[in-house]
Design a protein around this ligand. Sequence first.
Ligand code: ZN
Length: 274
Amino acid sequence: MLKEPFQLINEQILLLNSWNNSKLITGFTTKNGGLSESPFSSFNLGLHVNDDAQTVATNRNKLSELIDFPTSRWACSDQVHENKVVKVTNKMAGSGVYDYQNSIKSTDGVYTTETNILLALCFADCVPLYFYEPKKEIVGIAHAGWKGTVKNIVGEMVHKWTKDENVDPANIKAAIGPSIGPCCYVVDDHVIHFVNDVLQGEHKPYSKVSAGQYALDLKQLNLQLMVASGILKENIDVSHYCTSCSESLFFSHRRDKGKTGRMVSFIGKKESIS
Ligand SMILES: [Zn+2]
């Protein structure tokens, strides 16, 4: 098995080591080392899950300290399982950090060309997708549950970068973060119908487990969509972590039956501190 690209660096954070340097930080949080109480124990970063808002704010401040990225420079979205991708500008810094109402509206994909903007999205099983173009220094992330995946949010991101930013997809690096694996993600014919509609390759990223029930590999499907959009396979890192199996590390919407916290995926360019 290939080396896991996301490495735990402390109780709260995994970093995508191969991309990180003094100017770029890319990672994913765990459920540990925060102040929230059950069922959000303990490092819940979701404002929209009925946890105590002040506690979530304290947890967000903790993440800000740990990654040395002020919350005034974060950009958070109101995620709706669609495929809209928005370019984040400096005036959007601070969106949705403490008040969900001023989140970037109805947006599951964000990218920026700016320095000192941290893009942050919330997760509990859905697939975090990371994008980075080192030549033009563009960074992006997307939230893909089955709906965002079959609506091809991957293709939307790559299309925007190609059309609006003049990027060659062959220069894009991508990563697929910790999310629910086929070991724990069974779906029905309704979902598989949409999966078949978006499939580009021959390889079906699901297997039948019983009548009308299928184990679906959303990471594999997003990987196929990345390749179909022109990203080179050798430029894509895929995490092995299943958020449902790794109960000691992650919240899982499915395993925890909907009452749980949220992890955050983040990416941002920093000015070099050296
Ligand atoms: Zn699993």
